[in-house]
Design a protein. Structure first.
Length: 264
């Protein structure tokens, strides 16, 4: 009896944890990479993450057909959310990763995986958030409708390697908060000059924000208030509630803004 392929064993293990898995093209060390690289693609005739499953019979049938396949995991609940730190000739995402870490936004990761490029996949509890990309910061976010190649898959002769697994970790990554930290919004009509440091005027401005700008406006105002030494931002929370935000959401936004200022 032939030995079970490592990637099949991994796919079955991921399925047991509740993470839907599926096969992707096998490693081709001769592939030069670049924009035309198809090494991470699903097999022709399959729908990739749309076909991902936890059914062991389906998974075994796939690997009987493609025994050298790599294994991928569908991201977003019930699978994990994954922050992808890129390392490319034009730059890397480590500076952004460290800023997010200092701000407390990366706590509670379930697993850390070194990618073939020398980057990182940081796994979190799955949600229904949208996928995201911050090209200037060289980081991507994979959630609902996305997927990642997983250990022990290999691309261009190099493996995905599990660095750390934290059983029981349930941390969640708030991608919207991460985006606000790295690329702060610039609300229109914001207070200028000395008014930007006046808590009362900032609160009045926040209270007047309309739907679609309330959260971003609150974040901007909280950053300005924290920068000028205001420690108690309760007036901004109250103003945001007046504008229509839920109090819990407003408090999270103010806390995120204060962390951003503290970690600059």
């Amino acid at each position: 009896m032939s030995a079970m392929p490592e990637t099949l064993r991994a796919a079955l293990d991921y399925a047991v944890t509740g993470w839907p898995a599926f096969p992707t093209r096998p490693d081709d060390p001769s592939c030069p990479g670049g924009k035309d690289c198809g090494c991470k693609a699903p097999f022709p005739g399959t729908r990739g993450c749309l076909d991902a499953t936890t059914d062991p019979d389906v998974i075994r049938a796939w690997w009987r057909r493609w025994p050298t396949a790599n294994v991928s995991i569908a991201t977003g609940a019930p699978g994990p959310d994954v922050l992808d730190v890129d390392v490319k000739p034009g730059g890397d995402g480590w500076t952004a990763f460290n800023r997010l870490k200092r701000a407390g936004l990366l706590a509670g990761a379930k697993a850390l995986v070194r990618t073939p490029s020398g980057g990182l996949h940081s796994y979190y509890a799955g949600t229904g958030q949208r996928n995201g990309k911050l090209p200037r910061h060289h980081i991507d976010f994979r959630s609902a409708g996305g997927y990642v190649l997983a250990p022990p898959s290999r691309v261009h002769g190099r493996p995905y390697e599990l660095l750390d697994h934290r059983a029981g970790a349930r941390g969640r990554l708030d991608w919207q908060a991460a985006t606000r930290l790295l690329e702060p919004p610039r609300p229109a009509g914001k207070p200028r000059g000395t008014d930007a440091g006046d808590l009362g005027k900032l609160a009045a401005w926040v209270a007047a924000q309309k739907e679609g700008n309330r959260n971003d406006g609150l974040f901007w105002a909280a950053c300005r208030a924290a920068e000028t030494g205001h420690g108690d931002l309760g007036d901004l929370v109250a103003a945001a509630v007046t504008a229509g935000l839920a109090e819990a959401e407003a408090r999270r936004t103010v806390t995120s803004a204060a962390r951003r200022v503290a970690t600059r």
